[in-house]
Design a protein around this ligand. Structure first.
Ligand code: F6P
Length: 555
């Protein structure tokens, strides 16, 4: 749908946000500053590059290459005030049921709170529950890692396969890849998510069942993909081990739904529980991170939690001017709603963060991909932008052309580290040189005059000109550690929340995934039907199903 259509259709509905004086002031300000170029902003303020930064929990944010003036930032903070951001932050940390459509708290901050903190839900301190589960996880992981926990035939566990999808996969796989340097190299970790059988078959093709532990991760334990893959895993295991009792040694479940876990055949003793106030996409630091802890050990896992908590505390207490998640959230609003950017490119210059953009896609887009406000009215402004990205430098040789010279405005988040975990000649310096070069080129470009001065033939000047004025953040940390990873993830969690508060949407529900799930269940029944089921979909869907039914056995 074009931007114009969306705006026109929506204008008949709720207009709370866009009616606010702070919003209108930003619109007026945008109209007068829209053509201001970063070249000019840096020329007029020689300290801009040093001034426009904030630092917390080991992360340094340079936002000087965003298309903002001090006035823009002031107006954005005014908007945040008008939207009650401070109170909403306090409500989240208090454990209020801010996920209003599901009547739940969104209390992921409790997952990394130190033991002596008290966060109450229904008069119960959840922090002590969190630590009890953490201790149980740690004890289990130590047993598996030390070889004390053995498989059914007495062999030690060498392979761990996490089966889950969405938040029960993307967080664990991202964290495993990010923390691979700290992981047990004598163990194999794999992640199966897709209901496509290829995912499972390829994951186990070179593994032995008697050395393999499956971690079945599902908050609800009703997710079709996960349960189907778990059944395949069970069959694969029992095919070789030939004894139902093997399940107890080769399967553990992570879920909030004990009844379904037991129904599946996993012993309650082998279940690790968590709570409905942990959203799927906010759960990688809960017991959903069991595979992460198995890989990196309890101590590193706790260091990661400390990183999360350091960013939580910063978010809760720092002034808006210095507050990284608030700044990043408000800059995202500016880019999306005033400069008209529909997407955000996340560009980690670290191979270990190769799954970070995919992880962020669920975090940001399942949270803020909403078109109704908290009161159920259609919004008349754009909400959640599309997140995407690839690690540098690979993206440079793929899609950066469009970011530099295309017609879309694409704000970028560059993420880099001062020290590599794998020093190899001068490669890290080269990697970082590329990061700095890209953000510089995007911001400042190359004028036609500069191109001409290089003696370029006139016909090529426009092709070789870079407009610049493409905004970016740069996040710099010393090195990728468990602590840094925790801080980085918490930074994005909270920045997504800040955006949701401004847009007045429920960032913690995900009703948009339901219709497709229901239809898939119905269609699966129609495909499985051995007779000639009456199909009552639209003409296109009916034709596709019939064609599939006719051809599927001929492949
Ligand atoms: O895709 C919808 C969703 O509910 C996600 O929010 C969630 O992370 C994923 O499915 C998996 O859910 P579960 O952990 O309950 O299997």
């Amino acid at each position: 749908m074009s931007r114009l259509t969306l705006t026109t259709r929506a204008s008949a509905h709720a207009q709370g946000l866009t009616d606010r004086p702070a919003w209108k002031a930003l619109e007026a300000h945008c109209a007068t500053t829209h053509d201001l170029h970063l070249r000019q902003m840096f020329a007029e303020d020689t300290l801009r590059g040093e001034r426009l930064h904030a630092e917390a929990a080991g992360l340094y944010l340079d936002y000087s290459k965003q298309r903002v003036t001090d006035e823009t930032l002031r107006l954005l903070r005014e908007l945040a005030d008008a939207c009650g951001l401070n109170e909403r932050i306090a409500a989240m940390f208090r454990g209020d049921r801010i996920n209003t459509t599901e009547q739940r708290a969104a209390l992921h901050v409790a997952l990394r709170a130190p033991m002596d903190e008290h966060i109450l839900i229904d008069d119960k301190n959840v922090v002590s529950d969190v630590h009890a589960v953490l201790d149980r996880m740690a004890a289990f992981c130590e047993r598996v890692r030390s070889g004390a926990w053995t498989g059914h035939s007495g062999k030690r566990i060498r392979n761990v396969i996490n089966i889950g999808i969405g938040g029960s996969d993307l967080g664990p796989v991202m964290a495993y890849e990010a923390m691979r340097h700290y992981s047990r190299r004598d163990m194999t970790f794999r992640f199966v998510s897709n209901v496509d059988s290829t995912d499972f078959v390829e994951a186990v093709h070179d593994l032995k069942p008697d050395e393999t532990l499956f971690v079945i991760c599902s908050k609800t334990f009703t997710t079709q993909e996960t349960l189907t893959n778990a059944q395949s895993a069970r069959a694969w295991c029992l095919h070789t081990l030939g004894d139902e009792r093997a399940v107890a040694k080769h399967f553990v479940a992570v879920s909030t739904n004990a009844a379904e876990v037991i129904k599946f055949g996993i012993d309650a003793d082998n279940m690790f529980g968590f709570w409905d106030w942990v959203g799927g996409r906010y759960s990688m630091d809960s017991v959903i991170g069991l595979s992460t802890m198995l890989a990196i050990g309890p101590e590193n896992f706790r260091a990661m939690l400390a990183g999360f908590h350091a960013m939580d505390e910063h978010f809760r207490t720092a002034s808006p001017e210095q507050n990284l998640p608030v700044l990043m959230g408000l800059l995202a609003i500016w880019n999306a709603n005033f400069l008209g950017a529909a997407t955000v490119a996340v560009l980690p210059y670290d191979q270990y963060l190769k799954r970070f953009p995919a992880y962020l896609q669920q975090l940001a887009m399942e949270s803020n991909g909403k078109h109704v406000s908290l009161n159920g009215m259609r919004v008349d402004y754009e909400t959640g932008p599309i997140y995407w990205g690839e690690p540098g430098t690979n993206g440079q040789h793929s899609f950066y052309q469009l970011i530099h010279q295309g017609t879309h405005l694409i704000p970028c988040d560059f993420i880099g580290f001062c020290e590599t975990l794998n020093p190899l000649g001068g490669q890290h310096d080269l990697l970082m040189a590329n990061l700095f070069a890209q953000s510089e080129a995007l911001a400042f470009g190359k004028t036609a005059a500069e191109v001409k001065a290089e003696g370029m033939p006139t016909a090529l000047v426009s092709h070789r000109t870079f407009e610049g004025n493409r905004p970016s953040n740069t996040l710099l940390a010393e090195r990728l550690t468990p602590h840094t990873l925790g801080a980085l993830v918490a930074l994005y969690e909270h920045s997504v929340f800040v955006q949701g508060v401004i847009w007045d949407i429920d960032s913690f529900d995900q009703w948009g995934v339901e219709l497709g799930k229901a239809l898939a269940t119905r269609i699966a029944g129609e495909i499985a039907d051995s007779g000639d089921p009456e199909l009552r979909h639209d003409g296109s869907t009916n034709t596709l199903i019939r064609r599939y039914r006719r051809l599927r056995h001929h492949a």
